[in-house]
Design a protein around this ligand. Structure first.
Ligand code: DMJ
Length: 603
Protein backbone atom coordinates (compact mmCIF):
# COMPACT_ATOMS: atom_id res chain seq x y z
CA UNK A 1 0.00 0.00 0.00
CA UNK A 2 1.30 3.45 -0.64
CA UNK A 3 2.13 5.48 2.46
CA UNK A 4 2.40 9.23 1.76
CA UNK A 5 5.93 10.46 2.44
CA UNK A 6 7.25 14.01 2.27
CA UNK A 7 9.92 14.64 -0.30
CA UNK A 8 12.85 16.68 0.96
CA UNK A 9 11.97 19.56 -1.24
CA UNK A 10 8.37 19.53 -0.13
CA UNK A 11 9.20 19.23 3.56
CA UNK A 12 11.73 22.03 3.44
CA UNK A 13 9.38 24.59 1.81
CA UNK A 14 7.32 25.53 4.89
CA UNK A 15 10.38 25.97 6.97
CA UNK A 16 11.94 28.23 4.36
CA UNK A 17 8.74 30.45 4.23
CA UNK A 18 8.64 30.87 8.04
CA UNK A 19 12.13 32.31 8.07
CA UNK A 20 11.30 34.76 5.29
CA UNK A 21 7.97 35.95 6.85
CA UNK A 22 9.77 37.15 9.95
CA UNK A 23 12.16 39.32 8.01
CA UNK A 24 9.32 40.59 5.84
CA UNK A 25 7.36 41.48 8.89
CA UNK A 26 10.28 43.45 10.21
CA UNK A 27 10.74 45.39 6.97
CA UNK A 28 7.03 46.07 6.71
CA UNK A 29 6.95 47.34 10.28
CA UNK A 30 9.78 49.71 9.50
CA UNK A 31 8.01 51.07 6.37
CA UNK A 32 4.76 51.44 8.24
CA UNK A 33 6.27 53.40 11.11
CA UNK A 34 8.07 55.65 8.63
CA UNK A 35 4.78 56.24 6.82
CA UNK A 36 2.91 57.00 10.05
CA UNK A 37 5.59 59.48 11.09
CA UNK A 38 5.25 61.18 7.71
CA UNK A 39 1.47 61.39 7.91
CA UNK A 40 1.59 62.64 11.45
CA UNK A 41 4.05 65.33 10.43
CA UNK A 42 1.99 66.25 7.42
CA UNK A 43 -1.11 66.66 9.55
CA UNK A 44 0.63 69.23 11.72
CA UNK A 45 2.60 71.02 9.08
CA UNK A 46 0.12 71.41 6.26
CA UNK A 47 -1.65 74.86 6.07
CA UNK A 48 -4.84 74.89 8.17
CA UNK A 49 -7.38 75.98 5.55
CA UNK A 50 -6.61 72.98 3.39
CA UNK A 51 -8.04 70.84 6.18
CA UNK A 52 -11.13 72.86 6.92
CA UNK A 53 -12.48 74.12 3.66
CA UNK A 54 -14.37 70.95 2.93
CA UNK A 55 -16.45 71.37 6.12
CA UNK A 56 -18.53 74.11 4.47
CA UNK A 57 -21.55 71.90 4.38
CA UNK A 58 -23.40 73.07 7.41
CA UNK A 59 -21.58 70.50 9.52
CA UNK A 60 -19.44 73.13 11.16
CA UNK A 61 -20.87 72.75 14.63
CA UNK A 62 -20.17 69.06 14.67
CA UNK A 63 -16.68 69.36 13.37
CA UNK A 64 -15.34 72.42 15.11
CA UNK A 65 -14.43 70.59 18.35
CA UNK A 66 -11.92 68.53 16.35
CA UNK A 67 -9.99 71.56 15.20
CA UNK A 68 -10.34 73.53 18.39
CA UNK A 69 -7.26 72.12 20.13
CA UNK A 70 -5.78 73.70 23.25
CA UNK A 71 -2.32 74.16 21.64
CA UNK A 72 -1.67 77.84 21.04
CA UNK A 73 -0.73 77.64 17.42
CA UNK A 74 -3.49 75.26 16.68
CA UNK A 75 -5.96 77.37 18.61
CA UNK A 76 -5.03 80.40 16.55
CA UNK A 77 -5.37 78.57 13.28
CA UNK A 78 -8.62 76.97 14.50
CA UNK A 79 -10.02 80.42 15.20
CA UNK A 80 -9.02 81.52 11.75
CA UNK A 81 -10.63 78.46 10.28
CA UNK A 82 -13.79 79.13 12.28
CA UNK A 83 -13.79 82.70 11.06
CA UNK A 84 -13.54 81.50 7.53
CA UNK A 85 -16.27 78.97 8.12
CA UNK A 86 -18.52 81.61 9.64
CA UNK A 87 -17.93 83.93 6.73
CA UNK A 88 -18.63 81.32 4.17
CA UNK A 89 -21.77 80.29 6.03
CA UNK A 90 -22.98 83.86 5.93
CA UNK A 91 -22.08 84.08 2.30
CA UNK A 92 -23.89 80.86 1.75
CA UNK A 93 -26.92 82.12 3.62
CA UNK A 94 -26.92 85.25 1.50
CA UNK A 95 -26.62 83.18 -1.62
CA UNK A 96 -29.50 80.95 -0.52
CA UNK A 97 -31.59 84.02 0.26
CA UNK A 98 -30.87 85.53 -3.16
CA UNK A 99 -31.77 82.24 -4.78
CA UNK A 100 -34.97 82.04 -2.73
CA UNK A 101 -35.94 85.58 -3.77
CA UNK A 102 -35.35 84.69 -7.38
CA UNK A 103 -37.56 81.60 -7.15
CA UNK A 104 -40.29 83.64 -5.43
CA UNK A 105 -40.07 86.30 -8.12
CA UNK A 106 -40.29 83.65 -10.82
CA UNK A 107 -43.30 82.10 -9.12
CA UNK A 108 -44.98 85.48 -8.82
CA UNK A 109 -44.30 86.20 -12.46
CA UNK A 110 -45.69 82.79 -13.36
CA UNK A 111 -48.85 83.53 -11.40
CA UNK A 112 -49.48 87.00 -12.72
CA UNK A 113 -47.70 87.11 -16.03
CA UNK A 114 -49.02 85.57 -19.18
CA UNK A 115 -48.00 82.00 -19.91
CA UNK A 116 -47.25 81.24 -23.51
CA UNK A 117 -49.97 79.13 -25.07
CA UNK A 118 -49.54 76.88 -28.06
CA UNK A 119 -50.62 78.48 -31.32
CA UNK A 120 -53.88 76.98 -32.56
CA UNK A 121 -55.78 77.81 -35.73
CA UNK A 122 -58.48 80.40 -35.08
CA UNK A 123 -61.85 78.80 -35.79
CA UNK A 124 -63.96 80.40 -38.49
CA UNK A 125 -65.04 83.74 -37.03
CA UNK A 126 -67.81 85.21 -39.17
CA UNK A 127 -70.50 87.84 -38.71
CA UNK A 128 -68.98 89.72 -35.78
CA UNK A 129 -70.49 92.98 -36.97
CA UNK A 130 -73.18 94.07 -39.39
CA UNK A 131 -74.32 97.27 -41.03
CA UNK A 132 -77.26 99.39 -39.94
CA UNK A 133 -80.71 97.76 -40.31
CA UNK A 134 -82.20 98.97 -43.62
CA UNK A 135 -85.72 99.52 -42.16
CA UNK A 136 -85.79 102.91 -40.35
CA UNK A 137 -88.13 101.73 -37.56
CA UNK A 138 -85.94 98.69 -36.84
CA UNK A 139 -82.86 100.90 -36.81
CA UNK A 140 -84.56 103.30 -34.41
CA UNK A 141 -85.42 100.47 -32.04
CA UNK A 142 -81.97 99.00 -32.20
CA UNK A 143 -80.44 102.43 -31.53
CA UNK A 144 -82.65 102.72 -28.48
CA UNK A 145 -81.36 99.38 -27.16
CA UNK A 146 -77.76 100.50 -27.75
CA UNK A 147 -78.51 103.69 -25.85
CA UNK A 148 -79.84 101.62 -22.92
CA UNK A 149 -76.64 99.60 -22.94
CA UNK A 150 -74.65 102.81 -22.85
CA UNK A 151 -76.67 104.09 -19.91
CA UNK A 152 -76.17 100.83 -17.98
CA UNK A 153 -72.44 100.79 -18.76
CA UNK A 154 -71.79 104.49 -18.14
CA UNK A 155 -73.59 104.32 -14.79
CA UNK A 156 -71.55 101.32 -13.72
CA UNK A 157 -68.42 103.09 -15.01
CA UNK A 158 -69.23 106.11 -12.88
CA UNK A 159 -70.48 104.52 -9.66
CA UNK A 160 -69.40 100.90 -9.52
CA UNK A 161 -66.22 100.57 -11.57
CA UNK A 162 -64.24 97.47 -10.58
CA UNK A 163 -67.00 96.17 -8.28
CA UNK A 164 -68.89 93.13 -9.44
CA UNK A 165 -72.21 94.88 -9.94
CA UNK A 166 -73.89 98.22 -9.37
CA UNK A 167 -76.48 99.56 -6.96
CA UNK A 168 -78.15 102.07 -9.30
CA UNK A 169 -80.18 103.84 -6.60
CA UNK A 170 -77.50 104.05 -3.91
CA UNK A 171 -75.01 104.69 -6.75
CA UNK A 172 -72.28 102.44 -5.46
CA UNK A 173 -70.75 99.00 -6.01
CA UNK A 174 -72.61 95.77 -5.25
CA UNK A 175 -71.76 92.10 -4.96
CA UNK A 176 -73.35 88.78 -4.00
CA UNK A 177 -72.05 85.54 -2.53
CA UNK A 178 -71.56 83.96 -5.97
CA UNK A 179 -68.44 86.11 -6.31
CA UNK A 180 -67.30 85.56 -2.71
CA UNK A 181 -65.61 88.54 -1.14
CA UNK A 182 -63.85 89.41 -4.38
CA UNK A 183 -64.04 92.54 -6.48
CA UNK A 184 -63.54 90.98 -9.86
CA UNK A 185 -65.34 93.51 -12.04
CA UNK A 186 -67.99 90.94 -13.05
CA UNK A 187 -70.01 93.53 -14.98
CA UNK A 188 -66.99 94.49 -17.08
CA UNK A 189 -66.13 90.89 -17.98
CA UNK A 190 -69.77 89.95 -18.59
CA UNK A 191 -70.45 93.04 -20.74
CA UNK A 192 -67.41 93.50 -23.00
CA UNK A 193 -68.61 91.20 -25.78
CA UNK A 194 -71.98 93.02 -25.89
CA UNK A 195 -70.10 96.33 -26.20
CA UNK A 196 -68.09 94.86 -29.05
CA UNK A 197 -71.14 93.53 -30.88
CA UNK A 198 -72.96 96.86 -30.49
CA UNK A 199 -69.96 98.74 -31.87
CA UNK A 200 -69.38 100.67 -28.64
CA UNK A 201 -65.64 100.74 -29.29
CA UNK A 202 -64.50 103.31 -26.72
CA UNK A 203 -66.33 101.50 -23.96
CA UNK A 204 -64.96 98.16 -25.13
CA UNK A 205 -61.39 99.54 -25.03
CA UNK A 206 -62.00 100.88 -21.54
CA UNK A 207 -63.19 97.47 -20.39
CA UNK A 208 -60.27 95.71 -22.05
CA UNK A 209 -57.81 98.04 -20.34
CA UNK A 210 -59.34 97.34 -16.92
CA UNK A 211 -59.14 93.60 -17.55
CA UNK A 212 -55.51 93.90 -18.68
CA UNK A 213 -54.43 95.94 -15.69
CA UNK A 214 -56.67 94.88 -12.83
CA UNK A 215 -58.26 91.50 -13.32
CA UNK A 216 -56.32 89.30 -10.90
CA UNK A 217 -57.52 85.90 -9.79
CA UNK A 218 -54.96 85.33 -7.01
CA UNK A 219 -57.46 86.43 -4.41
CA UNK A 220 -58.69 84.77 -1.26
CA UNK A 221 -62.30 84.48 -2.39
CA UNK A 222 -64.73 81.58 -2.46
CA UNK A 223 -66.61 81.81 -5.74
CA UNK A 224 -69.31 79.82 -7.50
CA UNK A 225 -67.64 77.55 -10.07
CA UNK A 226 -70.70 77.69 -12.33
CA UNK A 227 -71.20 81.46 -12.22
CA UNK A 228 -67.53 82.21 -12.70
CA UNK A 229 -67.41 79.76 -15.58
CA UNK A 230 -70.43 81.09 -17.48
CA UNK A 231 -69.82 84.80 -16.81
CA UNK A 232 -66.03 85.10 -16.65
CA UNK A 233 -64.60 82.25 -18.71
CA UNK A 234 -67.49 82.48 -21.17
CA UNK A 235 -67.22 86.29 -21.32
CA UNK A 236 -63.45 86.29 -21.77
CA UNK A 237 -63.48 83.57 -24.42
CA UNK A 238 -66.21 85.35 -26.40
CA UNK A 239 -64.30 88.64 -26.18
CA UNK A 240 -61.20 86.82 -27.41
CA UNK A 241 -62.89 85.21 -30.38
CA UNK A 242 -64.72 88.39 -31.37
CA UNK A 243 -61.82 90.82 -31.03
CA UNK A 244 -58.79 88.56 -31.43
CA UNK A 245 -57.15 90.25 -28.41
CA UNK A 246 -54.86 87.71 -26.69
CA UNK A 247 -55.32 89.19 -23.22
CA UNK A 248 -58.84 87.78 -22.99
CA UNK A 249 -57.65 84.28 -23.76
CA UNK A 250 -54.79 84.49 -21.25
CA UNK A 251 -57.08 85.69 -18.46
CA UNK A 252 -59.61 82.96 -19.23
CA UNK A 253 -56.89 80.31 -18.93
CA UNK A 254 -55.49 81.78 -15.70
CA UNK A 255 -58.94 81.62 -14.17
CA UNK A 256 -59.67 78.14 -15.47
CA UNK A 257 -56.55 76.81 -13.72
CA UNK A 258 -57.92 78.17 -10.47
CA UNK A 259 -61.19 76.31 -10.96
CA UNK A 260 -59.61 72.90 -11.51
CA UNK A 261 -59.20 72.04 -7.77
CA UNK A 262 -63.00 72.10 -7.51
CA UNK A 263 -62.97 68.72 -9.26
CA UNK A 264 -60.95 67.06 -6.49
CA UNK A 265 -63.89 65.13 -5.06
CA UNK A 266 -64.28 61.37 -4.59
CA UNK A 267 -66.41 61.17 -7.76
CA UNK A 268 -64.99 63.97 -9.90
CA UNK A 269 -68.33 65.82 -9.70
CA UNK A 270 -67.10 69.32 -8.79
CA UNK A 271 -67.93 71.30 -5.70
CA UNK A 272 -70.27 74.25 -6.18
CA UNK A 273 -67.74 76.68 -4.73
CA UNK A 274 -63.97 76.91 -4.71
CA UNK A 275 -61.56 79.24 -2.97
CA UNK A 276 -59.47 80.79 -5.73
CA UNK A 277 -56.43 80.99 -3.48
CA UNK A 278 -56.45 77.76 -1.46
CA UNK A 279 -58.31 75.59 -3.97
CA UNK A 280 -60.55 74.29 -1.17
CA UNK A 281 -64.05 73.47 -2.40
CA UNK A 282 -67.44 72.91 -0.78
CA UNK A 283 -71.13 72.85 -1.57
CA UNK A 284 -73.96 75.24 -0.84
CA UNK A 285 -75.36 74.74 2.66
CA UNK A 286 -78.93 74.76 1.33
CA UNK A 287 -78.46 71.98 -1.23
CA UNK A 288 -80.10 68.62 -0.47
CA UNK A 289 -77.79 66.28 1.50
CA UNK A 290 -74.53 68.09 0.64
CA UNK A 291 -75.22 67.72 -3.07
CA UNK A 292 -73.78 69.48 -6.08
CA UNK A 293 -76.35 71.00 -8.45
CA UNK A 294 -77.15 69.53 -11.87
CA UNK A 295 -77.34 72.90 -13.63
CA UNK A 296 -73.99 73.88 -12.11
CA UNK A 297 -71.74 70.87 -12.75
CA UNK A 298 -73.63 70.26 -15.99
CA UNK A 299 -72.90 73.70 -17.40
CA UNK A 300 -69.17 73.61 -17.96
CA UNK A 301 -68.86 71.66 -21.18
CA UNK A 302 -68.77 74.41 -23.80
CA UNK A 303 -66.20 76.55 -22.06
CA UNK A 304 -64.02 73.60 -21.02
CA UNK A 305 -63.89 72.16 -24.54
CA UNK A 306 -62.75 75.55 -25.80
CA UNK A 307 -60.12 75.72 -23.05
CA UNK A 308 -58.64 72.40 -24.16
CA UNK A 309 -58.75 73.57 -27.74
CA UNK A 310 -56.93 76.81 -26.96
CA UNK A 311 -54.37 75.48 -24.46
CA UNK A 312 -53.70 71.96 -25.69
CA UNK A 313 -54.29 70.84 -22.09
CA UNK A 314 -56.54 67.76 -22.11
CA UNK A 315 -57.52 68.23 -18.42
CA UNK A 316 -60.50 70.50 -19.13
CA UNK A 317 -62.00 68.18 -21.72
CA UNK A 318 -61.40 65.14 -19.55
CA UNK A 319 -63.09 66.70 -16.51
CA UNK A 320 -66.34 67.40 -18.34
CA UNK A 321 -66.33 64.10 -20.20
CA UNK A 322 -65.87 62.32 -16.89
CA UNK A 323 -69.04 64.02 -15.60
CA UNK A 324 -70.93 62.95 -18.70
CA UNK A 325 -69.77 59.33 -18.39
CA UNK A 326 -70.67 59.17 -14.72
CA UNK A 327 -74.19 60.49 -15.39
CA UNK A 328 -74.68 58.05 -18.25
CA UNK A 329 -74.10 55.13 -15.89
CA UNK A 330 -76.66 56.25 -13.32
CA UNK A 331 -80.25 55.16 -12.97
CA UNK A 332 -82.71 57.96 -13.67
CA UNK A 333 -86.11 57.97 -11.98
CA UNK A 334 -88.66 57.98 -14.83
CA UNK A 335 -85.85 58.86 -17.22
CA UNK A 336 -85.49 62.24 -15.45
CA UNK A 337 -82.32 63.79 -14.05
CA UNK A 338 -82.75 64.90 -10.42
CA UNK A 339 -81.34 68.35 -9.61
CA UNK A 340 -79.08 67.09 -6.80
CA UNK A 341 -76.10 64.75 -6.89
CA UNK A 342 -73.80 64.03 -3.97
CA UNK A 343 -70.14 64.41 -5.06
CA UNK A 344 -68.89 62.13 -2.26
CA UNK A 345 -71.20 59.16 -2.77
CA UNK A 346 -72.17 59.66 -6.41
CA UNK A 347 -75.82 59.24 -5.43
CA UNK A 348 -78.79 61.44 -6.28
CA UNK A 349 -80.16 63.72 -3.55
CA UNK A 350 -83.86 64.68 -3.52
CA UNK A 351 -85.76 63.54 -6.59
CA UNK A 352 -86.63 67.02 -7.85
CA UNK A 353 -86.42 67.76 -11.56
CA UNK A 354 -86.65 71.16 -13.16
CA UNK A 355 -86.08 72.84 -16.50
CA UNK A 356 -85.97 76.10 -14.51
CA UNK A 357 -83.61 76.85 -11.63
CA UNK A 358 -81.14 74.07 -10.63
CA UNK A 359 -81.68 72.04 -13.81
CA UNK A 360 -82.04 74.41 -16.79
CA UNK A 361 -78.67 74.84 -18.47
CA UNK A 362 -77.69 71.16 -18.04
CA UNK A 363 -80.15 70.34 -20.85
CA UNK A 364 -79.11 73.44 -22.79
CA UNK A 365 -75.43 72.36 -22.75
CA UNK A 366 -76.19 68.85 -24.01
CA UNK A 367 -77.74 70.36 -27.12
CA UNK A 368 -75.07 73.02 -27.46
CA UNK A 369 -72.21 70.51 -27.03
CA UNK A 370 -73.55 68.83 -30.15
CA UNK A 371 -73.95 72.11 -32.06
CA UNK A 372 -70.55 73.42 -30.96
CA UNK A 373 -68.83 70.26 -32.17
CA UNK A 374 -70.19 70.86 -35.65
CA UNK A 375 -72.75 68.17 -34.85
CA UNK A 376 -70.10 65.47 -34.40
CA UNK A 377 -70.74 64.92 -30.67
CA UNK A 378 -73.67 62.61 -31.32
CA UNK A 379 -73.48 61.19 -27.79
CA UNK A 380 -74.46 64.64 -26.47
CA UNK A 381 -77.31 64.90 -28.97
CA UNK A 382 -78.67 61.48 -28.01
CA UNK A 383 -78.49 62.34 -24.30
CA UNK A 384 -80.35 65.59 -25.00
CA UNK A 385 -83.05 63.84 -27.04
CA UNK A 386 -83.64 61.22 -24.35
CA UNK A 387 -83.77 63.84 -21.59
CA UNK A 388 -86.19 66.06 -23.50
CA UNK A 389 -88.43 63.12 -24.27
CA UNK A 390 -88.74 62.33 -20.54
CA UNK A 391 -89.32 66.01 -19.74
CA UNK A 392 -92.07 66.27 -22.30
CA UNK A 393 -93.73 63.16 -20.94
CA UNK A 394 -93.60 64.12 -17.26
CA UNK A 395 -93.25 67.91 -17.01
CA UNK A 396 -94.85 69.60 -20.02
CA UNK A 397 -98.60 70.21 -19.67
CA UNK A 398 -101.37 72.38 -21.10
CA UNK A 399 -103.33 74.58 -18.70
CA UNK A 400 -107.12 74.78 -18.68
CA UNK A 401 -106.80 78.04 -20.57
CA UNK A 402 -104.71 76.34 -23.26
CA UNK A 403 -101.25 77.57 -22.22
CA UNK A 404 -98.39 75.10 -22.56
CA UNK A 405 -96.15 75.18 -19.50
CA UNK A 406 -93.25 73.25 -17.98
CA UNK A 407 -93.90 72.26 -14.37
CA UNK A 408 -91.55 71.04 -11.66
CA UNK A 409 -91.30 67.37 -10.69
CA UNK A 410 -91.07 66.81 -6.95
CA UNK A 411 -90.87 63.23 -5.66
CA UNK A 412 -93.34 61.86 -8.16
CA UNK A 413 -95.67 64.85 -8.05
CA UNK A 414 -95.97 67.62 -10.66
CA UNK A 415 -96.05 71.16 -9.31
CA UNK A 416 -97.98 73.29 -11.82
CA UNK A 417 -95.65 76.22 -11.53
CA UNK A 418 -93.17 77.57 -14.07
CA UNK A 419 -90.20 79.78 -13.30
CA UNK A 420 -89.03 82.72 -15.41
CA UNK A 421 -85.78 80.78 -15.77
CA UNK A 422 -87.60 77.91 -17.53
CA UNK A 423 -88.75 80.31 -20.27
CA UNK A 424 -85.36 79.91 -21.95
CA UNK A 425 -86.54 76.43 -22.98
CA UNK A 426 -88.72 77.84 -25.78
CA UNK A 427 -85.53 78.93 -27.53
CA UNK A 428 -83.81 75.64 -26.72
CA UNK A 429 -86.60 73.55 -28.24
CA UNK A 430 -86.48 75.66 -31.41
CA UNK A 431 -82.68 75.45 -31.58
CA UNK A 432 -82.80 71.68 -31.18
CA UNK A 433 -85.64 71.14 -33.67
CA UNK A 434 -83.31 70.56 -36.58
CA UNK A 435 -81.66 67.19 -35.98
CA UNK A 436 -84.32 65.85 -33.63
CA UNK A 437 -85.23 62.16 -34.00
CA UNK A 438 -88.25 60.71 -35.78
CA UNK A 439 -88.76 63.76 -37.92
CA UNK A 440 -90.02 65.77 -34.96
CA UNK A 441 -88.46 69.08 -36.04
CA UNK A 442 -91.87 70.66 -36.65
CA UNK A 443 -93.10 69.43 -33.29
CA UNK A 444 -90.21 70.99 -31.38
CA UNK A 445 -90.46 74.30 -33.24
CA UNK A 446 -94.13 74.34 -32.33
CA UNK A 447 -93.34 73.52 -28.69
CA UNK A 448 -90.84 76.42 -28.67
CA UNK A 449 -93.55 78.73 -30.04
CA UNK A 450 -96.02 77.60 -27.36
CA UNK A 451 -93.55 78.22 -24.54
CA UNK A 452 -92.75 81.66 -26.02
CA UNK A 453 -96.47 82.43 -26.05
CA UNK A 454 -96.98 81.28 -22.44
CA UNK A 455 -94.03 83.33 -21.23
CA UNK A 456 -95.27 86.37 -23.11
CA UNK A 457 -98.62 85.87 -21.35
CA UNK A 458 -96.82 85.89 -18.00
CA UNK A 459 -95.54 89.37 -18.93
CA UNK A 460 -98.75 90.60 -20.48
CA UNK A 461 -100.87 89.69 -17.43
CA UNK A 462 -98.94 92.02 -15.13
CA UNK A 463 -99.33 95.74 -14.52
CA UNK A 464 -95.77 96.58 -15.55
CA UNK A 465 -95.72 94.22 -18.59
CA UNK A 466 -92.67 92.56 -17.07
CA UNK A 467 -92.66 88.90 -16.06
CA UNK A 468 -92.69 87.59 -12.48
CA UNK A 469 -90.05 85.20 -11.15
CA UNK A 470 -92.52 82.28 -11.09
CA UNK A 471 -96.14 81.83 -12.19
CA UNK A 472 -98.81 79.22 -11.59
CA UNK A 473 -101.37 77.22 -13.53
CA UNK A 474 -103.54 76.07 -10.68
CA UNK A 475 -106.94 76.74 -9.12
CA UNK A 476 -108.04 79.02 -11.91
CA UNK A 477 -104.68 80.76 -12.12
CA UNK A 478 -103.12 81.12 -15.56
CA UNK A 479 -99.52 82.34 -15.79
CA UNK A 480 -99.67 84.61 -12.75
CA UNK A 481 -97.66 84.73 -9.54
CA UNK A 482 -99.43 84.33 -6.20
CA UNK A 483 -96.77 84.52 -3.56
CA UNK A 484 -95.29 87.91 -2.83
CA UNK A 485 -91.76 86.54 -3.07
CA UNK A 486 -92.38 85.36 -6.64
CA UNK A 487 -93.60 88.68 -8.03
CA UNK A 488 -90.25 90.32 -8.68
CA UNK A 489 -88.45 90.97 -11.99
CA UNK A 490 -84.68 91.26 -11.73
CA UNK A 491 -83.82 92.20 -15.34
CA UNK A 492 -83.65 88.54 -16.37
CA UNK A 493 -83.17 87.59 -20.05
CA UNK A 494 -84.85 84.18 -20.57
CA UNK A 495 -88.13 85.33 -22.14
CA UNK A 496 -86.35 87.70 -24.51
CA UNK A 497 -83.82 84.96 -25.31
CA UNK A 498 -86.69 82.75 -26.50
CA UNK A 499 -88.19 85.61 -28.56
CA UNK A 500 -84.85 85.98 -30.33
CA UNK A 501 -84.42 82.29 -31.19
CA UNK A 502 -88.02 82.11 -32.35
CA UNK A 503 -87.45 85.21 -34.50
CA UNK A 504 -84.36 83.66 -36.09
CA UNK A 505 -86.19 80.43 -36.93
CA UNK A 506 -89.55 81.84 -38.01
CA UNK A 507 -89.23 85.59 -38.72
CA UNK A 508 -92.70 85.95 -37.29
CA UNK A 509 -93.00 89.73 -36.58
CA UNK A 510 -94.79 89.09 -33.28
CA UNK A 511 -91.46 88.20 -31.67
CA UNK A 512 -90.03 91.64 -32.48
CA UNK A 513 -93.24 93.20 -31.25
CA UNK A 514 -93.05 91.29 -27.94
CA UNK A 515 -89.38 92.19 -27.61
CA UNK A 516 -90.18 95.84 -28.14
CA UNK A 517 -92.87 95.70 -25.45
CA UNK A 518 -90.19 94.44 -23.05
CA UNK A 519 -87.80 97.25 -24.05
CA UNK A 520 -90.44 99.85 -23.33
CA UNK A 521 -91.38 98.31 -19.99
CA UNK A 522 -87.77 98.02 -18.84
CA UNK A 523 -87.03 101.59 -19.89
CA UNK A 524 -90.15 102.88 -18.18
CA UNK A 525 -90.07 100.94 -14.89
CA UNK A 526 -86.48 99.84 -14.33
CA UNK A 527 -84.51 102.82 -15.60
CA UNK A 528 -83.20 105.23 -12.96
CA UNK A 529 -80.60 107.97 -13.14
CA UNK A 530 -77.91 105.57 -11.85
CA UNK A 531 -78.58 102.72 -14.28
CA UNK A 532 -81.26 99.99 -14.34
CA UNK A 533 -82.78 98.29 -11.31
CA UNK A 534 -84.92 95.21 -10.73
CA UNK A 535 -88.44 95.73 -9.34
CA UNK A 536 -90.03 93.91 -6.42
CA UNK A 537 -93.60 93.57 -7.66
CA UNK A 538 -94.62 93.51 -11.30
CA UNK A 539 -98.32 93.65 -10.30
CA UNK A 540 -97.99 96.98 -8.53
CA UNK A 541 -98.34 100.25 -10.38
CA UNK A 542 -96.04 101.80 -7.83
CA UNK A 543 -93.20 99.31 -7.62
CA UNK A 544 -90.19 99.50 -5.38
CA UNK A 545 -86.71 98.85 -6.68
CA UNK A 546 -84.38 96.08 -5.54
CA UNK A 547 -81.45 98.42 -6.27
CA UNK A 548 -79.34 95.92 -8.22
CA UNK A 549 -78.14 96.19 -11.79
CA UNK A 550 -77.34 92.54 -12.52
CA UNK A 551 -74.33 91.83 -14.74
CA UNK A 552 -76.49 89.49 -16.88
CA UNK A 553 -78.64 92.48 -17.86
CA UNK A 554 -75.69 93.75 -19.92
CA UNK A 555 -74.41 90.32 -20.94
CA UNK A 556 -77.73 88.78 -21.96
CA UNK A 557 -80.93 90.84 -21.81
CA UNK A 558 -79.63 93.80 -23.82
CA UNK A 559 -77.60 91.58 -26.17
CA UNK A 560 -80.57 89.40 -27.10
CA UNK A 561 -82.72 92.50 -27.60
CA UNK A 562 -80.08 94.03 -29.86
CA UNK A 563 -79.82 90.80 -31.89
CA UNK A 564 -83.61 90.66 -32.19
CA UNK A 565 -83.47 93.93 -34.15
CA UNK A 566 -80.37 92.99 -36.17
CA UNK A 567 -80.03 90.93 -39.32
CA UNK A 568 -79.39 87.18 -39.18
CA UNK A 569 -75.89 87.86 -40.54
CA UNK A 570 -74.83 89.15 -37.16
CA UNK A 571 -73.51 86.07 -35.31
CA UNK A 572 -75.18 83.47 -37.53
CA UNK A 573 -76.28 80.36 -35.66
CA UNK A 574 -74.44 78.07 -38.07
CA UNK A 575 -71.17 79.50 -36.86
CA UNK A 576 -71.77 80.57 -33.28
CA UNK A 577 -73.21 78.90 -30.21
CA UNK A 578 -74.21 81.09 -27.28
CA UNK A 579 -73.26 79.89 -23.83
CA UNK A 580 -75.89 80.10 -21.11
CA UNK A 581 -74.81 83.68 -20.30
CA UNK A 582 -75.24 84.70 -23.98
CA UNK A 583 -71.51 84.71 -24.72
CA UNK A 584 -71.04 83.56 -28.32
CA UNK A 585 -68.42 80.85 -28.91
CA UNK A 586 -67.52 79.70 -32.42
CA UNK A 587 -68.36 76.22 -33.68
CA UNK A 588 -65.27 73.99 -33.51
CA UNK A 589 -65.02 71.76 -36.53
CA UNK A 590 -64.26 68.69 -34.47
CA UNK A 591 -64.68 66.48 -37.53
CA UNK A 592 -61.32 67.86 -38.67
CA UNK A 593 -59.65 68.51 -35.31
CA UNK A 594 -58.92 65.98 -32.59
CA UNK A 595 -58.86 67.57 -29.16
CA UNK A 596 -56.02 66.47 -26.89
CA UNK A 597 -57.34 63.70 -24.67
CA UNK A 598 -60.25 62.84 -26.96
CA UNK A 599 -60.99 60.17 -29.53
CA UNK A 600 -61.21 61.33 -33.16
CA UNK A 601 -64.81 62.36 -33.86
CA UNK A 602 -67.08 60.11 -35.88
CA UNK A 603 -69.93 61.47 -37.89
C1 DMJ B 1 -77.91 83.83 -16.11
O1 DMJ B 1 -76.80 84.02 -15.33
C2 DMJ B 1 -77.76 82.59 -16.92
O2 DMJ B 1 -78.66 82.66 -17.96
C3 DMJ B 1 -77.99 81.33 -16.15
O3 DMJ B 1 -78.01 80.18 -16.95
C4 DMJ B 1 -79.25 81.38 -15.34
N1 DMJ B 1 -79.88 82.64 -15.33
C5 DMJ B 1 -79.14 83.84 -15.23
C6 DMJ B 1 -79.99 85.04 -15.56
O4 DMJ B 1 -81.30 84.93 -15.24
Amino acid sequence: MLIPTLSPGASSFPHHRATLRLSEKFILLLILSAFITLCFGAFFFLPDNSKHKRFDLGLEDVLIPHIDTPKEGKHASGQEAKEKLRKSREELKAEIQTEKNKVMEDLKKKDVGPKPLPPVPMPKVVGVSDGEPPEPDVKEKRDKIREMMKHAWDSYRQYGWGHNELKPIAKKGHSTNIFGSSQLGATIVDAVDTLYIMGLHEEFKDGQEWIEQNLDFSVNAEVSVFEVNIRFIGGLLAAYYLSGQEVFKLKAVQLAEKLLPAFNTPTGIPWAMVNLKSGVGRNWGWASAGSSILAEFGTLHMEFVHLTYLTGNPAYYQKVMHIRKLLAKMDRPNGLYPNYLNPRTGRWGQHHTSVGGLGDSFYEYLLKAWLMSDKTDTEARKTYDDAIEAIERHLVRKSNGGLTFIGEWKNGHLERKMGHLACFAGGMFALGADGSPDDKAGHYLQLGAEIAHTCHESYDRTVLKLGPEAFKFDSGLEAVAVRQNEKYYILRPEVIETYWYMWRFTHDPKYRQWGWEAVQAIDKYCRVSGGFSGVKDVYSSNPTYDDVQQSFFLAETLKYLYLLFSSDDLLPLENWVFNTEAHPLPVLHLGNITLPGSEPAQR
